[in-house]
Design a binder for this molecule. Structure first.
Ligand SMILES: [Zn+2]
Length: 292
């Protein structure tokens, strides 16, 4: 699939902490790409076993339920492989062990694109603290690009013992919580996203459909689409020097142009907490019954 004039995507890997994270955030894109022939792999780092306030629930039972929900959702979206690394939900740190496990999957599946959550997102204005597992999984995704999956002498046992060659993706797509960036038109796959999201019955009810639709509507609007999901796209297949040179040339013309640059940047910065907060508040509202 051709994403733009010079980014061809044949394989994509979605690295998230919990079963359901991808359905909330990026499933419209996943369904769209899968439909266009992209081989999508889910790499779910934790087992989802903390996602319940029910005193009669056990971690083992919930883990099985959540794996089952995630497999069903992935099937609806056309995801080809679902990998569960099985780390305990709520206990995740970007340890060397986690990093090696993720790097192994990247080297096996060789994605052109990795989709992940931005680990810099910590708090939103509207009363939401981002889950630490999300931050840890995002951190691992960044570290897998540089250096874990791409460097031969990182975890050398991966190529020495397991014959897994280093792999560097062409691009990283970081979910941006609707603050702008590159918007993917998901108008044709919005319904599929909702269908996949609602499979996570242990985590949410049908009311989730409304706010996810609203959120993706707001995101899409900025780009002229009915529904959209937005990303900060980091290209990894271009020489950094070629990128920075024109920017340096464009900027130096004194105070006016620097002010202009600041003014342009301030637009996404001011809108970011609102967008993230709205999503987060609604997410936590939907999950209030189950607490996550
Ligand atoms: Zn989560």
């Amino acid at each position: 699939m051709k994403f733009d004039k010079d980014l061809v995507i044949e394989r994509a890997m979605v690295i998230y902490a919990h079963p359901d994270d991808a359905e909330f955030g990026v499933a419209g894109t996943v369904a769209k790409w899968a439909k266009a022939g992209v081989e999508v792999t889910y790499c779910m780092v934790t087992n989802g076993a903390s996602g319940s306030q029910d005193p009669d629930m056990t971690r083992e039972k919930l883990r099985d339920t959540r794996y089952d929900e995630q497999r069903k959702a992935a099937k609806i979206l056309g995801v080809k492989h679902v990998v569960f690394l099985g780390y305990e939900d709520g206990y995740l740190y970007p340890t060397l062990e986690v990093r090696k496990d993720v790097a192994r999957q990247v080297r096996i599946h060789k994605p052109d694109v990795i989709i992940a959550m931005d680990p810099r997102f910590r708090v939103a204005d509207e009363g939401y603290i981002n889950h630490p597992d999300h931050i840890a999984a995002g951190e691992v995704a960044l570290r897998t690009i540089n250096p874990d999956a791409s460097t031969r002498q990182m975890f050398p046992e991966l190529w020495r013992d397991e014959k897994l060659e280093p792999h560097k993706p062409k691009a990283l797509f970081l979910e941006t919580f609707g603050e702008g960036g590159t918007v993917v038109d998901i108008s044709q796959t919005m319904d599929t996203k909702i269908k996949a999201l609602l499979v996570h019955k242990s985590q949410l009810g049908p009311e989730a459909a409304g706010f996810i639709r609203d959120w993706n509507k707001r995101t899409g609007k900025s780009a002229g689409y009915k529904f959209g999901e937005s990303y900060k796209v980091i290209r990894l297949d271009r020489e950094p020097a070629a990128e920075t040179k024109p920017r340096r040339r464009a900027r130096p013309a004194g105070a006016a142009s620097r002010g202009g640059a600041r003014a342009r940047r301030s637009v996404p910065r001011t809108s970011r907490p609102r967008a993230a907060g709205a999503r987060a508040a609604k997410r936590s509202g939907a999950r209030a019954r189950r607490s996550r």
